[in-house]
Design a protein around this ligand. Structure first.
Ligand code: SF4
Ligand code: SF4
Length: 382
């Protein structure tokens, strides 16, 4: 079957931050230097070739863009300054939009107007919701659970979680189907107990790979130099920080949002401190890096990179302010900052989790896991 060619692919990709791919003359230096490239999944040269040829389908079926952790080694050694690391980064944005069936991701990445408006509209909806539905504002003490009862916030959180999970998981399914299309010869197998031509038992057997990759990002740690290992640790700190705070706020709100102040050694309070530190440290590190362009990986920034960092930083900062106004017994300040905090955090979650930057937190370990499943299935067949 002939492959479909998209003659405008290089042009389209510019909107996603891929600037220099046409400069590549396919020497292969980048693939030779990449510590994550393997015989079965060689990159980035092959991927750039697909891109130059306009092979959309091939790109959608390729796991390699998600295996790359953007260490920048390949960009540093490219003789044509084609910046293959940044090409892979921009390609991940493009693929995120291709796997998203709603079209929101594409709009978010390609239209600054949509990017700003979508965040502002959602912030306005949250603000309006509080304006209309907030509880009494008690002023002789901080009574956050009277102003915003945690069982109501919990219900809103769970609805939001269900909606976000639906979009994220349906997009992840589309990605998995594309990547598993060229399975290890078992595609013709179908029916009960088989997914993408591979028995479910193989998926179960390899399940630990997903958990390991998700929580440790061990492939990132395998990128060679000291500077890259620091980058991995900072990334891990930030990822664990926002994952913990997401869980605390979305499913643990009844323990996290209490009117009594927990003792300093309380595990919930300590987790809150860890998360805040992780996010602030990671985001500030990335901010400084991007402003100074101190590393290859920070030389190019898409507008959505800045939006993500700014919103994450503001979410953590307003979270700290709420903590202090509660400790200092300032009721009105606590209520107002609480609303501002949610007007930043909710739009960020609604857009970023299923449609933008946060998708890679699921897509990357999922792809690495699926590759392991393919390998395992191929071994069984051999
Ligand atoms: S991106 Fe650069 S290093 Fe890689 S194949 Fe192209 S020219 Fe060579
Ligand atoms: S940025 Fe690093 S991990 Fe990604 S392709 Fe280049 S060398 Fe490999």
């Amino acid at each position: 079957m002939s492959a479909q060619v998209n003659p405008d692919l290089l042009l389209n990709l510019k909107e996603f931050g891929v600037e220099d791919a046409s400069a590549c003359f396919n020497c292969g230096n980048c693939t030779a230097i990449c510590s994550l490239s393997t015989e079965s999944t060689p990159f980035p040269r092959k991927i750039i070739r697909y891109l130059q040829l306009g092979l959309d389908d091939k790109l959608m079926q390729s796991p390699e863009p998600w295996i790359c952790y953007y260490c920048g080694d390949c960009s540093d050694t490219c003789p044509r300054q084609a910046n293959p690391g940044e090409v892979m980064m921009g390609l991940r944005r493009y693929l995120t939009s291709m796997y998203d069936w709603t079209g929101i991701s594409r709009l978010f990445y390609t239209s600054k107007l949509f990017e700003v408006l979508s965040l502002l509209v959602m912030a306005a909806v949250v603000g309006l919701g509080f304006y209309i539905f907030h509880g009494p504002m008690i002023t002789d003490r901080v009574a956050l659970n009277v102003f915003a009862p945690n069982h109501v916030i919990e219900l809103a959180d769970l609805i939001m979680l269900a909606v976000l999970s639906f979009f994220l998981l349906s997009n992840a399914y589309r990605m998995s189907r594309a990547v598993m299309k060229n399975g290890p010869g078992a595609q013709e197998a179908s029916g009960k107990g088989v997914l993408f031509g591979i028995p479910l038992s193989v998926y179960l057997k390899e399940g630990k790979e997903f958990i390991l990759q998700f929580f440790t990002q061990k492939s990132f740690g395998a990128c060679g130099t000291r500077s890259q290992r620091i980058q991995w640790i900072v990334h891990l700190l930030m990822m664990t920080g926002y994952s913990i705070v997401f869980l605390l706020v979305v499913v643990g709100i009844r323990w996290f949002q209490r009117d009594e102040i927990y003792a300093i050694w309380n595990p919930i309070r300590l987790l809150g401190y860890y998360s805040t530190f992780g996010i602030l440290y990671g985001v500030t590190y990335a901010f400084i890096g991007r402003i100074k362009k101190s590393k290859t990986v920070y030389e190019h920034s898409h507008s959505t990179d800045w939006a993500f960092l700014i919103m994450l930083w503001l979410t953590a900062f307003t979270g700290i302010l709420i903590h202090f106004t509660r400790l200092l017994g300032m009721p009105l300040s606590t209520y107002y900052i609480y609303v501002i905090h949610l007007m930043i955090a909710v739009p960020m979650l609604v857009i970023e989790v299923p449609f933008a930057k946060w998708t890679h937190q699921l897509y990357r370990p999922l792809i690495l896991y699926l590759m392991k499943v393919k390998e395992s299935a191929a071994r069984v067949e051999a």
